[in-house]
Design a protein around this ligand. Sequence first.
Ligand SMILES: *[C@@H]1O[C@H](CO)[C@@H](O)[C@H](O)[C@H]1NC(C)=O
Ligand SMILES: *[C@@H]1O[C@H](CO)[C@@H](O)[C@H](O)[C@H]1NC(C)=O
Length: 336
Amino acid sequence: MAFLTCWACVLVGGLSASLTRASDFSDLYPPLWKESPGQLSDYPVENGTYIINPWVFSERMGVYKILLNKTATYFAKFAPENEQNLLWGLPLQHGWQYTSGRLADPSQRTDCGYESDHLCVSVDSWWADLNYFLSVIPFLAAVDSGVLGISSDQIRFLPPPKDQTRFCYDVSGCHSSFSEIMKKWIDFYQYMKLPTSNFDDLLNYLWDAHTISLKTSVKSFEDRYAFYSEKESEFEKNWIIAVEYIGASRIPTTLIRVHKSQKGLPPRILVNTDIAPVISDFTVFQNTVLLGLSTVGKVHKSSGAFSLISWKIAMKTQTSRKLLLKTFDILLEISE
Ligand SMILES: *[C@@H]1O[C@H](CO)[C@@H](O)[C@H](O)[C@H]1NC(C)=O
Ligand SMILES: *[C@@H]1O[C@H](CO)[C@@H](O)[C@H](O)[C@H]1NC(C)=O
């Protein structure tokens, strides 16, 4: 009997060990993470300045990889292996944009982002344009905050083939063109660097920076909607609205949670025959999320944004945010 009990221990022990191994965090990393640059010296240097081309997927992803690496030390007090780093939301989101075909040229006038040139990030892609303000700018702000250990004039990003005036390329340029976004990201890093920084306040700073980045940049790229089906552009607009609600809820954008929630996002660009919740090649979870986003968009517009104001008030207390997060996590578990 004792022998049998012991066998059970070994079996259970072995099983849980293999579960831990199966959920190795590297399985959750974004696409091409391993292949992307992991340190600044992986990029070309010109005159003492690192030159990064953010219109190549792996180079933009490398920016995140360096950022996650350099900020890991500030999140180590919350959990091992950088799992609680709040910046994970950004590269995971960008990875979904890539695998779902959203970084490719939506006008299909070039091969950019398609098979023969699959790493190309198109300047005509609405998703790629907005992501610029959630990758290049947070990175330059980190440089300017001293997180990377180099001086502010040692990094330059390359411009896209057109619409160059809608972007900025180095620390000083971004300060003069997008001062508000830069300021909010710098606030985040400065707070992160304090030994007394706590998780809840980090979340506040992060979501403030995230929402201002989208709010400021979304207006510059309205001309991009014309490249998409009505369903996709509607999804894009609802997405922007939904991010405001998610941001107000201060959902922690940590590795496991974002990885799980992204399974609910549309795995390809939407076409006009896509009607949620009955899109046949989407999962129930993906259909539900799409329907949910459209509902949020409708309620938001019909209430004249009053729903957002009420939501923000409701989310002011920690109790309601905790309750919402619990519900969110339970929904993620049952949708698996
Ligand atoms: C390199 O730096 C020098 C001195 O600052 C400058 O004169 C030169 O134009 C720079 N070259 C390039 C390619 O930027
Ligand atoms: C950061 O990158 C360096 C160089 O690639 C590596 O040695 C180090 O372990 C990384 N740190 C973390 C926390 O991932």
